[in-house]
Each structure stands twice: as C-alpha cells, then as structure tokens.
Design a protein around this ligand. Structure first.
Ligand code: SIN
Ligand code: FE2
Length: 207
C-alpha cells in the first residue's frame, strides 16, 4: 500500500467489484432507513454540496445554529443511526489494526458537480485513531495537504473500491475533493444507482 505522505495510505482497489456491489447494497439499506440530508455551514448557513447520512452509534452533521458535531440520532427522522455493516467493521480491523471499533461512519453522496473544500477532520476527541475511507462510483480528484491550511497540497485520483487511511502524522492533514470526474465509466453500483455520482464512506472513532 503506497504511503502518499507519512501516515496517508492509499490502497487502490481494496474492494473488488463483488465487494463494491455488496457494500452498495448495505449502503442503499442504510439510506432507506436514514434518508440523505443536507448539512449547512456553521454561521453562514450555506448548504453543503454533498448530501449525507450516517451509520454507527454516532453520526456527523452540521447546521447554522450548532455547527459541526456528532449526534446519536438522524436530524430529520429522530431515529438512531443504523448499525455499521459488518463488512466495514472487518475492513477497519484489517486495514487499521486499531483495537477499538469505529463509532461513526459518515456517508457522503456526491452529485457530478459536488465538491468538498479543504478541511481537517477534528470534531473527534480521539486523534490517535485513524480515519478510514472508501470510495464507490465516479473517480474524484482528492487533495491532501499538511496540518496547516497554508502548506502545499498534492492531488491524486480516488477510484471506486479504493481505501484511504489518514493516520499518525497524517491524521490531521487538510484534505478535500476538488471535483468528481466524469462518471460514464464508473457509475455507482446498481443498488445505489440514481443516488448520485460518487459515494464516500468515512469511518471514525469519536470519543
Ligand atoms: C471527507 O473528507 O469527509 C470526504 C472525503 C472524500 O469524499 O473522499
Ligand atoms: Fe474529511
């Protein structure tokens, strides 16, 4: 697994086509129980271009009034988030070796014109645990920088089935998605067809 920068590990095609399809089925079931919603930027209240939902004991969200946070319930249905699929818990163990299971799995759904500005994942109390993400569907141009926003960044492509780990010295690196690349060649696996162009799952320890 190539280390892009120390602690940032890119595992191309970690999920084969069959695993991607099984994961897509699991995620479609999560979305059916916990519908996609739009988070808003703190203060400005501007909507984010990705739609999201979560599975696991805690889920990430943001709104104008209370800002970025983790919560145990869906903001619209009020129901607890569905559990994290076993195949993701197994992948967490296999890829991170971290002794405790993830507590949150954020599911970001990108339309073809969605993007995500450079940010750090720092709403968690535990920075020792890595962040593990999986991508499905369209490729994207992913940008990775250093621990300070002004540091130089690199860009590379994340494809369907890829895993990315931000751990150790890369745990607090700025990162974002410049753009989704044309999805003609890699549509989302059938169970997620019609939801968007790209799905990214991020597994995290929170407490
Ligand atoms: C994120 O940083 O929350 C998402 C990254 C991605 O979509 O690859
Ligand atoms: Fe992030």
């Amino acid at each position: 697994m190539p280390d892009i920068v120390p602690g940032a590990l890119h595992h191309p095609a970690f999920l084969d086509a069959d695993a991607q399809k099984r994961l897509a089925q699991e995620i479609a079931e999560v979305i059916a129980a916990a519908p996609l919603f739009t988070s808003r930027m703190p203060k400005s209240g501007l909507p984010m271009s990705v739609r999201m939902t979560n599975c696991g004991p805690l889920g990430w969200m943001s709104d104008k009034e209370k800002g970025y946070r983790y919560a145990p319930r869906h903001p619209e249905t009020g129901a607890p988030w569905p559990p994290i699929p076993q195949m993701l818990l197994d992948a967490w163990d296999a890829l991170t070796g971290y002794p405790k299971p993830p507590e949150a799995c954020l599911i970001n759904v990108y339309s073809e014109d969605a993007k995500m500005g450079l940010h750090q994942d720092r709403d968690e109390a535990d920075f020792d645990a890595p962040i593990l993400s999986f991508s499905l569907g369209a490729d994207c141009r992913f940008r990775l920088g250093g621990e300070r926003r002004a540091e130089k960044t690199i860009a590379f492509t994340l494809c369907s089935g890829d895993a990315l780990i931000l751990s150790g010295p890369a745990r607090l690196c700025f990162h974002g998605v410049d753009r989704v690349l044309p999805s003609i060649l890699t549509p989302l696996p059938a169970p997620l067809a019609g939801q968007g162009a790209r799905v990214n799952l991020t597994l995290r320890r929170v407490t």
